[in-house]
Design a protein. Structure first.
Ligand code: F6R
Length: 606
């Protein structure tokens, strides 16, 4: 949550900061602000406002030639959405922006006698005051002393008024990446999309290290003052990937990117027709002898895990549990040394998932992260990592990341199946051959976009909706319901179709949309019966199935036929239908699907 950025160099900083914040806005869009040194003097100016980056732009000077500054795009945690609570915060000589939460700010207010002196309600201003109180001309010393008193997560980007042209940073848990590009200067940000235009190299700032940036370079010191060489990585996508490229929103662009994302994730991991993770340095010993699997994740990533669970458990007979990371952390874990723990995260920074991973690591040496963002904390802390190659996902609602997470789990399942002898090599080869066809099938579904868009019109006035299915379709319907509610604000509930009659069917009344997914042959007729039950009570049924024609058209109001594919692969088609349906429902309600209210992309608070 919250996006932060810092720049110092020879170029005008204001636009670099504003453009970078625009790219980081997916992380939070309640308020925005920048601070900059006035023409290399010791005077720091602050511009900030509640609202979006475009509102901030409107209050910035056109002629601003400052070459050094910091910026922030906020997702409110402490204190409401007000101008005063917007970052940057300034206390004495110190100006800073912050991503994270300072848990002991009450104690610090007392210790530093700050009561009555603060201008905002934020924990960030308290941190700023603590750094200022410890400052006597030496930025590194002040930062070092202050962070030794802070509890919680933080990424700070800091300027000191009598150090013009210098930007400092430190972090604990919350992400920060940085780079020095000799032609362009020094940059840091929560996410490299903010500065990829200027450098395709970056490094992850190690925790509790102080970064000092000037126009001529960067220095990185640990808290004992020892200089550390940054470990640079190269970005494997370019700036156009982080732009809309003619689409109205990132979400629909990312929906369309799924065939490529799937191929990039799956293609390199197939060798001689079989799943092979040797390029990922994931040894077979990770999977050999496992007794069970625990998948841990949040939100969409967790729903991807639900699909993986159903597939792996049914195909291989291994017990698979899916745990909500925020719950798992406070329960007694049942993990043993023979449990394979798979943590799934697009961002690789979700704090609940990260803490759950840390707990899991205290029980087993077999943790495998399925992560999209290279070098992210979860990727670095798990024993092994399988990167999904979806490219940057900017829309708050996850789409392509889900598809590649499910794809990764299918590959992992296939590899375990081979190693355990539960699946014959020939059967795996046959599966993989069909699996490779998935991108073509997704493309066929994408061609139905205009039709699905029409159907979405029927949803915009709905108050409640239900997504039902059985087996894999049930696990998928959870993701469909989440997608709809988060971007259209329509209440949506996913239900196992057979479970409706045990209570929830009481909510079905005239005209309530029910999105029924019926792609699994072994339960097809049962789902159709369940659909009839809701239809008989007035539901407006949108049926998604592999039938090209529905024999009895009284069963549904709308039918969306899927291209024919094996039952276990239909999720890759159906999810695209549900994503498009949610997207156009949101657009039909005049909501910006890329930035739904109250949400942020990367959830780095508990
Ligand atoms: C919903 C969505 C969220 C994330 C969840 C986990 O569309 O995007 O539910 O899936 O916050 O985020 P990551 O995958 O970054 O750990």
């Amino acid at each position: 949550m919250c996006g932060i950025i810092g720049y110092t160099g020879r170029m005008a900083a204001q636009n670099i900061l504003l453009d970078g914040l625009q790219r980081l806005e997916y992380r939070g869009y309640d308020s925005a602000g920048i601070a900059f040194f006035k023409e290399n003097t010791g005077h720091i100016s602050v511009r900030k406002t509640a609202g979006k980056v475009m509102d901030l732009r409107a209050i910035c000077d056109d002629e601003n030639l400052s070459v050094c500054g910091i910026g922030h795009s906020r997702w409110a945690t402490h204190g409401g959405v007000t101008n005063a609570n917007a970052h940057p915060h300034k206390v004495g000589d110190v100006v800073l922006v912050h991503n994270g939460i300072i848990e002991n700010y009450h104690h610090l207010i007392e210790k530093y006698h700050l009561m009555g002196q603060l201008k905002s309600e934020t924990d960030t201003e308290v941190a700023c005051a603590v750094i200022n109180a410890n400052y006597n001309g030496n930025p590194e010393e002040a930062i070092k002393k202050a962070v030794s008193e802070l509890k919680g997560s933080f990424a700070f980007c800091i300027m000191f008024s009598n150090h013009p042209g210098e930007v400092y940073a430190i972090r604990n848990v919350s992400p920060l990446v940085a780079t020095y590009a000799p032609q362009n200067g020094s940059f840091l940000a929560s996410d490299l999309t903010a500065f990829i235009e200027y450098s395709n190299k970056y490094f992850v700032l190690p925790e509790y290290h102080i970064l000092k940036m000037t126009k001529d370079g960067i220095t990185l010191n640990d808290l004992d003052g020892k200089t550390v060489e940054p470990e640079y990585m190269t970005v494997d996508w370019d700036v156009s990937t982080a732009e809309k490229n003619g689409y109205n929103h990132f979400m629909i662009k990312e929906i369309h990117e799924q065939p490529d994302a799937f191929e990039r994730t799956v293609g390199p991991r197939i060798k001689d027709g079989m799943p092979d993770f040797s390029d990922d340095n994931i040894p077979d010993s990770l999977f050999e002898g496992i007794k069970d699997i625990t998948v841990i994740a949040c939100g969409t990533a967790m729903y991807a895990g639900m699909v993986g669970r159903t597939l792996i458990q049914n195909k291989i007979g291994l017990p698979v549990k899916v745990e909500i990371a925020s719950e798992f952390r406070y329960e007694r874990p049942t993990i043993t040394k023979d449990t394979l723990v798979i943590v799934i995260s697009q961002s690789g920074e979700t704090i609940d998932t990260l803490e759950a991973l840390r707990l899991a690591k205290s029980r087993t040496d077999r943790t495998l992260a399925v992560v999209n963002v290279k070098g992210s904390t979860i990727a670095r802390e798990s024993h092994y990592v399988m990167y999904t190659h979806a490219g940057p996902e900017i829309a708050v609602a996850s789409t392509k990341a889900y598809t590649v997470q499910v794809a990764a789990l299918y590959l992992i399942g296939a590899r375990i199946g081979v190693l355990s002898g539960e699946i014959e090599n020939d059967a795996v080869r046959e599966f993989i051959a069909k699996f490779r066809q998935v991108p073509e099938h997704i493309k066929s579904v994408l061609q139905m976009e205009d039709t699905i868009r029409m159907y979405a019109n029927r949803m915009t006035n709905a108050k409640d909706t239900f997504f039902i299915g059985r087996a894999l379709d049930y696990t998928l319907s959870m993701e469909g319901a989440l997608k709809l509610k988060e971007i259209s604000y329509i209440h949506a509930e996913a239900y196992a179709a057979g479970e409706l009659k045990h209570g929830t069917i009481a909510l079905i009344s005239e005209g309530v949309p029910v999105i029924a997914i019926a792609t699994q042959s072994n339960v097809y007729s049962k789902v159709i019966s369940n659909i009839r039950e809701v239809k008989a009570r007035g539901a407006y049924v949108i049926l998604v199935s592999k039938d090209q024609e529905i024999e009895d058209n009284t069963v549904c109001d709308i039918h969306i036929p899927l291209p024919d594919i094996d039952d276990e692969l239909t999720v890759f088609e159906s999810v695209v239908v549900l994503q498009i349906l949610a997207y156009y429902t949101s657009v039909g309600k005049d909501i910006n699907p890329d930035q739904p209210r109250n949400l942020a992309k990367s959830v780095t608070v508990e």
